[in-house]
Design a protein around this ligand. Structure first.
Ligand code: C2E
Ligand code: MG
Ligand code: MG
Length: 419
C-alpha cells in the first residue's frame, strides 16, 4: 500500500490529502466543495461493540465514500473524520447519499454521520478549509433535525474566538486576566451562607469579557481545560489563605472540575499540592463535576471521585437534570451533594402543574435515599425559594442571594433570611 494511503480504509491520509487537494485548489478552486464527515458517538460504538467492529464501520464508510465519489479526492484524517474534495454541483445530493447508504447498512442501530460543507476560494490554505468544513459539521452535533450544514461566517468568528482563547490562555493566566469570583450558597434551614462556588472570569485586554460559555467548551474541546482548572484552584487556595492569615472568617469553597481533568493531569495531586501549600483543611474544599450518561468510560472518573472522597474532600455533582444527565448517573458514582440545574427547575412551571412538583420532589427524595444533599441552582425569586424550601431542598444558590463576587464581599452580605 503506498505510504500516502490510510492503512485501515485505503483512503488518502491527512498529509496526502492536504498535498493533493491543496494542489487541485491552487490550480482552480472554481466550483469546488469540501465535505467533512464525522460520526456521532463513535467512541460509544467502539465501547459497545468492540474495536474490530469499530474498524469495520470505518472501512464501510470509506467504501461508501469511494462508491459515491469515485473520481474525487477522499481521505480519512483520524478516528472517524473523513474529508472529500468534490464539485459544487453534486455535493449536497452525494453527501446525503453517503448517509443514506450507511443507514441502510445498519438499520438495527442508530448511526448518525454529520456532514459539514465548505466552498474554498482560490489560494486559500487547505488546512483552514478543512477546519471550516469541520466546524460546520460540529455545529449540528446537538441539532438532530439536520445531518448536513454549510459553513457560514458566524462560524468563522467562532473559530477566531476559539483561536484567541487557545493562543492567549497562558498569557491570561500569567497576567491575571483570568480571575475567580465567588457565588454564595445558602443553607435553607438557617438562611446562612454556608459555602461559595468559585467561578472563573476572563477579562481579556483585546476582546473584553469572554464568557465561560465560550472558553470552557473550547478548552475542553482542545483538551487544555486542566490548565484553567488548576489556575482557578490555586487562586481559590490563595484567596482562602489570605483571609485566614489575617484572622478573618473563611468558608468552604466549591471548585468546578472538568471530567477531562481526570485524564489530562493528576488532578488529585494538583489539589493536594495547592491545599498543602496554603494549609487548607481538605474538608473546606468541594469539587463539582458535571457528568452525563453516554460518557464513554466511567472507570477513570469513578476512581478519581472515590480517591478524592477517601482523602476527605466532598465531591458534588453539578448540573443535574441538564442535557443528558439523570438519575441513571447517580447509580454509577457516589456524590456528597447534587446540584439541580437551573434549567431543570425553571423548566417546570410549578404554579401550573402538579406533575412538575411531583417530578422535582421525587428526584429530591431519591437523592436523599441515596444519602446525598440537594442544592438548587439559579434561584432568582422569593417565590422559587419558598417552594424549594417547602419541598425540602438543603441548600440553594442564585442571583436572589447574590451574583458571583469577590470573596471578601461574601462576608459582608447579610443572612438570606433577613432579605
Ligand atoms: P455552573 O458550575 O453550573 O455555574 C453556575 C452558573 O450559573 C454560573 O455561570 C453562574 O454565574 C450562573 N448563575 C448563578 N445564579 C444564577 C441565577 O440566579 N440565574 C442565572 N440565569 N444564572 C445564574 P457562569 O459563571 O457563566 O459559569 C458557567 C459554567 O461555566 C459553570 O456552570 C461551570 O460549568 C463552568 N465554569 C465556570 N468556571 C469554571 C472553572 O473554573 N472550571 C470549569 N471546569 N468550569 C467552570
Ligand atoms: Mg458549578
Ligand atoms: Mg451548575
Amino acid at each position: 500500500m503506498p505510504p500516502e494511503t490510510d492503512k485501515l480504509t485505503g483512503l488518502l491520509t491527512r498529509t496526502a490529502f492536504h498535498e493533493q487537494a491543496g494542489r487541485a485548489m491552487n490550480s482552480d478552486s472554481e466550483g469546488l466543495a469540501l465535505i467533512w464527515f464525522n460520526l456521532d458517538n463513535f467512541k460509544m460504538f467502539n465501547k459497545r461493540f468492540g474495536f474490530p467492529r469499530g474498524d469495520e464501520l470505518l472501512r464501510e464508510i470509506a467504501a461508501i465514500i469511494r462508491v459515491i465519489f469515485p473520481n474525487n479526492l477522499s481521505a480519512r484524517f483520524s478516528d472517524d473524520n473523513f474529508a472529500v474534495l468534490t464539485d459544487w454541483a453534486s455535493m449536497e445530493i452525494n453527501s446525503n447519499m453517503v448517509q443514506e447508504y450507511l443507514y441502510a447498512l445498519h438499520e438495527d442501530i442508530t448511526l448518525r454521520l454529520r456532514a459539514g460543507i465548505y466552498f474554498p476560494s482560490s489560494g486559500e490554505d487547505i488546512r483552514s478549509c478543512c477546519d471550516r468544513a469541520k466546524l460546520a459539521a460540529d455545529s449540528i452535533r446537538k441539532n438532530h433535525s439536520v445531518n448536513s450544514c454549510m459553513f457560514h461566517d458566524a462560524m468563522s468568528r467562532e473559530l477566531e474566538l476559539q483561536q484567541h482563547i487557545l493562543d492567549n490562555l497562558d498569557g491570561a493566566i500569567q497576567n491575571g486576566a483570568i480571575r475567580v469570583l465567588y457565588q454564595p450558597i445558602v443553607r435553607l434551614s438557617t438562611g446562612e451562607i454556608c459555602e461559595a462556588e468559585a467561578l472563573a472570569r476572563w477579562n481579556d485586554g483585546e476582546l473584553g469579557t469572554i464568557s465561560p460559555a465560550d472558553f470552557i467548551p473550547t478548552l475542553e474541546e482542545y483538551r487544555e481545560i486542566h490548565r484553567l482548572d488548576i489556575h482557578a484552584l490555586k487562586q481559590v487556595c490563595r484567596d482562602y489563605r489570605a483571609r485566614s492569615l489575617k484572622g478573618l472568617p473563611v468558608l468552604p469553597v466549591s471548585v468546578n472540575l472538568s471530567r477531562l481533568d481526570f485524564e489530562l493531569c493528576d488532578i488529585l495531586q494538583e489539589v493536594e499540592l495547592a491545599v498543602t501549600l496554603n494549609e487548607i483543611p481538605r474538608n473546606m474544599l468541594r469539587l463539582e463535576i458535571t457528568e452525563s450518561i453516554g460518557d464513554e468510560d466511567t472507570t477513570v472518573l469513578n476512581l478519581g471521585i472515590e480517591r478524592f472522597r477517601a482523602m476527605g474532600y466532598e465531591v458534588w455533582m453539578d448540573d443535574f437534570g441538564s442535557g443528558y444527565s439523570s438519575l441513571n448517573v447517580l447509580k454509577d458514582y457516589n456524590f456528597d451533594t447534587i446540584k439541580f440545574d437551573m434549567k431543570f427547575l425553571h423548566g417546570f412551571d410549578i404554579k401550573k402543574s402538579e406533575k412538575a412538583k411531583y417530578i422535582i420532589s421525587s428526584n429530591l427524595q431519591m437523592a436523599r435515599l441515596m444519602g446525598m444533599q440537594a442544592l438548587a441552582e439559579g434561584v432568582e425569586t422569593a417565590e422559587q425559594l419558598e417552594y424549594l424550601r417547602s419541598i425540602g431542598f438543603d441548600k440553594a444558590q442564585g442571583y436572589y442571594f447574590g451574583r458571583p463576587m469577590n470573596l471578601d464581599e461574601i462576608f459582608s452580605l447579610g443572612r438570606a433570611s433577613e432579605k
